[in-house]
Ligand binder design. Structure first.
Ligand SMILES: NCc1[nH]cc(CCC(=O)O)c1CC(=O)O
Length: 314
């Protein structure tokens, strides 16, 4: 019996295509079915002149792909998990979270091996509020300037001399074979990653039971539990791109899950960062989410609401 080909909806940036082809190769082996790609341009790819936090945030990269799923033009969508909104629209689920690549942020700069080496007032490129507030904690003198576009565009702007250095996710650079551009990895005490950074999520129609069951085999349980804890922090705080929120979970030496989060003020860049952490033995998604909630509560106890309210008015 021959089955119809499975179709993966994907954005067309080099990184998105790499990620989709990665899942395509795994699925072809696993399912013995033909797997094809449907390339699409999303609003998030088109709007390059404004910060994402101002134009609608994460959903911009996934809506068109979800429309293709809903219309039956595609069966699955492959996303960088950090670009996936905390709540999926009715009718869609994340069927698998793949093993995480390096979750850290990376320092990329032609002339300066480390952030500490930058001259006073140097220009650093990033459009991520999360990276901006953490950079300014480390080096309040820096001039942090907007930087958007896909990875190749961002590296080109750096090479043209518009910035002394930029901050990017290590995972994207490694996937595209650009790992040699990384001058240093930020350790997570200095630059805590975004929820889901470095992991891939596969989204399907929630009524596609057969595919959901099949994709479960692709899920990497430690990554799933860590990212569920991280995403629960963001969900509980109503996190969007306009909130500088970081959340990162990793296995602790005792086998438990250690979750750290930090929240910055969206407009008062000098304001202190709120930090919280938690630890639990986590075996299920529900337990992971409970840990995330506990850490979100700890941030609230420190006054997170003031920061969150400021975000909705910027
Ligand atoms: N926001 C864009 C985006 N989405 C996923 C990655 C990198 C890969 C990943 O984190 O999985 C990037 C680029 C970056 O942040 O440098």
């Amino acid at each position: 019996m021959t089955q119809q080909a499975l179709v993966i909806a994907t954005r067309e940036s080099r990184l998105a295509l790499w990620q989709a082809r990665h899942v395509q190769a795994i699925l072809e082996t696993l399912s013995q079915r033909q797997v094809t790609l449907l390339g699409m341009t999303t609003r998030g790819d088109q709007i390059l002149d404004r910060s994402l936090s101002k134009v609608g945030g994460k959903g911009l990269f996934v809506k068109e792909l979800e429309a293709a799923l809903a219309q039956g033009r595609a069966d699955l969508a492959v996303h960088s998990l950090k670009d996936v909104p905390m709540e999926l629209p009715e009718g869609f689920v994340l069927a698998a979270v793949l093993e995480r690549e390096d979750p850290r942020d990376a320092w990329v700069s032609p002339h300066y091996a480390r952030l500490e080496d930058l001259p006073q007032g140097a220009r650093v490129g990033t459009s991520s509020l999360r990276r901006m507030v953490q950079l300014l904690q480390l080096r309040p003198d820096l001039q942090v300037e907007p930087l958007r576009g896909n990875l190749d565009t961002r590296l080109r702007k750096l090479d043209e001399g518009q910035y002394e250095g930029i901050v990017l996710a290590a995972a994207g650079l490694v996937r595209l074979g650009l790992g040699e551009r990384i001058r240093a990895h930020f350790d997570t005490t200095h630059m805590l990653p975004c929820a889901g950074q470095g992991a891939l999520g596969i989204e399907v129609r929630s009524n596609d039971d057969a595919l959901r069951a099949q994709l479960q085999a692709l899920s990497h349980t430690p990554t799933l539990l860590a990212t569920e804890a991280e995403r629960a922090v963001s969900r509980a705080l109503g996190g969007s791109c306009s909130v500088p929120l970081a959340a990162f979970a990793q296995s602790a030496p005792d086998g438990g899950l250690q979750l750290q989060a930090c929240l910055g003020h969206p407009s008062q860049t000098g304001a202190a960062l709120l930090r919280a952490q938690g630890h639990a033995q986590v075996r299920t998604v529900a337990e992971a989410q409970a840990l995330g909630l506990e850490v979100a509560q700890a941030l609230r106890a420190q006054g997170a609401q003031t920061y969150l309210s400021a975000a909705s008015t910027v």
